[in-house]
Design a protein around this ligand. Sequence first.
Ligand SMILES: NC(=O)c1ccc[n+]([C@@H]2O[C@H](COP(=O)([O-])OP(=O)(O)OC[C@H]3O[C@@H](n4cnc5c(N)ncnc54)[C@H](OP(=O)(O)O)[C@@H]3O)[C@@H](O)[C@H]2O)c1
Length: 264
Amino acid sequence: MFDYGGSTALVTGASKGLGEAFAEALAARGMNLVLVARSTKKLNDLSARLYANYKLQCTVLSVDLADPNSPKALAEELERRGIQVDLLVNNAGFGLSGAFLSHDRKQKQAEIEVNVQALVALTHHFGEAMAARGKGGIINVASNASFQPVPYLATYAATKAFVLHFSEAIRHELAGSGVQVMATCPGPTATNFFEGTSTRMSPKDMDSSESVVRRTLKAFDQKRAVAYPGRISVRITSLLPRLFPRALIARIDGNATAKMGLDD
Ligand SMILES: NC(=O)c1ccc[n+]([C@@H]2O[C@H](COP(=O)([O-])OP(=O)(O)OC[C@H]3O[C@@H](n4cnc5c(N)ncnc54)[C@H](OP(=O)(O)O)[C@@H]3O)[C@@H](O)[C@H]2O)c1
């Protein structure tokens, strides 16, 4: 079992949704926290609440991970403050829904920067330090979208395919190093993720952040390579691409995202 008590977790995208739930769950396990996102006030409010409830050391860093310089600056700031990261939760991410060509190229690049580039840079920096100490953990938040092409969330799903494959591969490379790596693949979860989209999905058809985080950490404690923290129907859809031709899967997923209202 990962040694949570008294060690420090860095959670990206901690201002709301799954990141906030990760922070809460890890604080309850006795961890100190580094909370990272752009929304300073939300991070400060969360930090104050967690301190009141758990008396932990909580560091707030307002960082825009779409800026390619941010991961290095973040690592340097933690070094300056003498904070060692024992568990890295690469959770920050967003998905632009709608037709690929309808988006501005800069927005797409920001999506790749946050979901992929920042995750790789932070994994490299903190993974290197963990491997040198012979101890640590990395949880990368992928998605049920990692398993298939998803029209109208094309770039997003491709970034999440990257996160899954990358995590599985470095888990293998780091086996025996004392650094435990896992990807988690939630399905639709009731967070702010769909805010600003015209989705017709009801929150009751989604999992809660708390249950996704609980199941993710349970899988991490079981030393799984991949967590499937969603309801059973989500797990079944992740298996379909193994059974059917990829072109058919793209068609099924395109119809599903259109039905969810994500095509405009
Ligand atoms: N909800 C779902 O259905 C679902 C399903 C599968 C996977 N996921 C994944 O779960 C993770 C968390 O998403 P969520 O559902 O909790 O969505 P959310 O409620 O929208 O939270 C997203 C988090 O990412 C942060 N973030 C976004 N852009 C950022 C940037 N440029 N720099 C720094 N932080 C940034 C946000 O903070 P600020 O806005 O304060 O910067 C926020 O804390 C994402 O990786 C998402 O892809 C979600």
